[in-house]
Write a protein that binds this ligand. Structure first.
Ligand code: SF4
Ligand code: SF4
Length: 301
């Protein structure tokens, strides 16, 4: 099978995670011929390809053009990582205007620096996507599983359960705990972080990472993106479900929790702020964040 890879607006971390497979790449490469990959091989133009693996979200016109050209040549497109699938970290650019971003990044913007697109969208805003493999970056284990399946003409495994299902921490009911961050207090090693007052997105986030962060004492930031129920059911959302769970574990009124948690909007949507799914959920107030910054009157997001 002919395989191509492409990096758009991103950190190349998903490619690094792919290469992190190390020796486990050998059986994959025995069935795959890497014909185009600006990060890995010196070939200038994409040719006909069976599988195109795309990392990152388009941030300028050149990104959009390269993505479109690769899609034309590809039978199957895999969005690799959270930027390609949901906007991810690249999508956080939507909370600032282009002028603000350039002023922050450059003392004197170079005249040759490509102009940014006004807003960031995941790649399925521009082209059809066949498969999504979320994570920032996706753990090498699930990249290996997905590639092995796709190269054999099968569907990649689908991780439906949340991170909580892979986390060995014990949920406890408490009387009120203040919201707390790990730089303020070291968490207990065995108890659920949400029970202890930390904001942990494990209950609303797709598993598959073996709860790497929570096992190490770091709350889940949601890098694998929302679980199916958040995507498909109108009554569920990242904000909405987290409010319910914190209220339940700590014996609080949901209204009270809403106000506390809403201050942490960038924590809730670090990886999903520019995703269409979250934007269309009114209960999530994601659209408010984007409107607040730079939506012109009458402009759709
Ligand atoms: S909320 Fe976080 S710490 Fe608690 S069980 Fe779920 S993943 Fe583990
Ligand atoms: S625990 Fe959460 S933030 Fe950490 S790797 Fe898993 S999904 Fe990503």
């Amino acid at each position: 099978m002919k395989v191509s890879t492409l990096c758009l607006g991103s950190c190349t971390g998903c490619h690094i995670s792919l290469l992190g497979l190390g020796e486990d790449l050998l059986p994959i490469l025995s069935t795959a011929e890497l014909i185009y990959s600006p990060v890995l091989v010196d070939v200038k133009k994409p040719g006909p390809t069976d599988l195109a693996i795309v990392e990152g979200a388009p941030r300028n016109e050149e990104d959009v053009e390269r993505l479109g050209k690769l899609r034309e040549k590809a039978k199957t497109v895999l969005a690799l990582g959270s930027c390609a699938s949901m906007g991810g970290i690249t999508g956080l650019g939507n909370v600032a205007s282009r002028e603000e971003i350039k002023a922050e990044a450059y003392e004197e913007p170079d005249k040759d620096t490509p102009e940014l697109r006004k807003r960031v969208y995941p790649i399925d805003h521009y082209v059809e996507v066949d498969w999504y493999l979320t994570g920032c970056p996706p753990p090498k284990k699930i990249i290996g599983e997905a590639l092995t399946a796709l190269l054999a003409g099968k569907e990649p495994p689908h991780y439906e359960l949340p991170v909580c299902a892979e986390c060995e921490r014990r949920a406890e009911l408490h009387i009120y705990e203040d919201l707390v961050r790990t730089i303020e207090k070291t968490p207990d090693a065995e108890e659920c972080l949400l029970s202890q007052g930390y904001i942990c997105l494990g209950s609303v986030t797709r598993g598959g990472c073996d709860a790497n962060c929570t096992t190490a004492g770091v709350p889940c930031l949601g890098c694998r993106g929302p679980v199916d129920r958040v995507i498909t059911e109108p009554g569920h959302g990242i904000f909405r479900d987290l409010v319910r769970r914190r209220a339940h574990l700590l014996g609080l009124d949901e209204k009270e929790v809403e106000d506390e948690v809403y201050d942490l909007v960038h924590t809730l949507y670090t990886f999903t702020l520019s995703s269409q799914v979250m934007r269309l959920k009114q209960s999530e107030r994601v659209a408010d964040e984007i409107y607040r910054v730079h939506l012109e009157p009458g402009e759709a997001i």
